[in-house]
Ligand binder design. Structure first.
Ligand code: TUI
Length: 307
């Protein structure tokens, strides 16, 4: 399937990988790229030198295009912005902020820039700043989210900009992919389904929670301090939401989440850890290789779109 995104990025299938902190590391990124999508290394809160090593590891195993996601609240974002240039990375996606100040340096180095946006205003601002495409990410997504749904956000962003739009949030199968195309998207970004990929290094306890999750098993924490994060319900979210309701200060809430994503992904602590996942977790039922996932999604979508 050809779209402006497959052409822009030189990939076979219009499926890109969400830049999930701790999860989207070199093994998973390389697997998604090898399967014909665009693998992404999620820099999350990692130091710049760690990101450089991750990039080098992907380059060792695949010649296919891949990207790096820079989470803009990372204190080392400036250094990571330079590392992607030094390492010759061709595509950058950004999240949780405005990447405007890096745009000139990336354009000069011929890096394709794809900011993740959660509003029409941000999408327009990014197009004016020189973005090559945008990811319009709905509130169904896991992790740090905006408030608009994918169904409402994607067509409004498509109408507001001329650059290609990638839909994200609530997409995990061929039906979601086809629906995104109907809304005017030219690719999809998926996170939750890749969490349970065979190549994903996420702890088995976390994968089992995603596979067992039902439609309404996610909660949004952090709304009170302006950083809403979607994750699967557990002891941690119950405690967090109780404190938030009582008006606890940010410092107290932060104690619960410090290092909690690592705890879940690496140690498999599904009780106190943060199990970031989107609302579509209820649809994710089995572990498969990235290639099996992408082939299955494209097969289903092509049948639906041919109707
Ligand atoms: O960034 C994400 N998802 C994330 S980042 C992350 S790491 C984290 N961990 C704990 C707490 C907070 C973050 C986990 N998941 N998705 C992309 C995304 N970007 N969603 C929403 C936005 C966004 C929000 C506001 C993009 C731009 C924006 O504009 C702000 C501005 O500066 O104007």
């Amino acid at each position: 399937m050809k779209t402006r995104i497959t052409e822009l990025l030189g990939i076979e299938y219009p499926i890109i990988h969400g830049g999930m902190a701790w999860v989207a590391e070199h093994n998973l990124a390389a697997a998604v790229s090898e399967a014909g999508g665009l693998g992404i290394i999620g820099a999350g809160g990692a130091p710049a030198e760690f990101v450089r090593e991750q990039i080098q590891k992907v380059k060792e195993v695949t010649d296919k295009p891949f990207g790096v996601n820079i989470m803009l609240m990372n204190p080392e974002a400036d250094a990571i912005a330079q590392v992607v240039i030094d390492e010759g990375v061709k595509v950058v996606t950004t999240g949780a902020g405005n990447p405007g100040k890096y745009m000139a340096m990336w354009k000069e180095a011929d890096v394709k820039v794809i900011p993740v946006v959660a509003s029409v205003a941000m999408a327009k601002m990014m197009e004016r700043a020189g973005a090559d495409a945008v990811v319009a990410e709905g509130t169904e997504s896991g992790g740090h989210i905006g408030s608009a749904t994918t169904m409402t956000l994607v067509p409004q962003v498509v109408d507001a900009v001329s650059i290609p739009v990638i839909a994200a949030g609530g997409i995990a199968d061929g039906r979601g992919f086809a629906a995104a195309m109907m809304l005017g998207a030219e690719a999809v970004q998926m996170g939750t389904r890749f969490v349970v990929a065979k190549e994903s290094i996420v702890h088995d306890n976390y994968k089992k929670k995603v596979i067992a999750a039902k439609d309404i098993d996610s909660e949004v924490t952090g709304t009170s301090h302006g950083h809403p994060v979607r994750q699967l319900r557990n002891n941690m979210t119950r405690e967090y939401l109780k404190l938030e309701k009582e008006g606890a200060p940010f410092e107290e809430l932060e104690k619960l989440t410090l290092g909690s994503l690592r705890k879940a992904v690496v140690e498999g602590d599904v009780v106190h850890g943060t199990l970031m996942a989107g609302q579509i977790a209820g649809l994710v039922k089995k572990e498969q290789s990235c290639s099996e996932m992408i082939q299955e999604i494209m097969g289903e979508a092509e049948k639906l779109l041919a109707r």
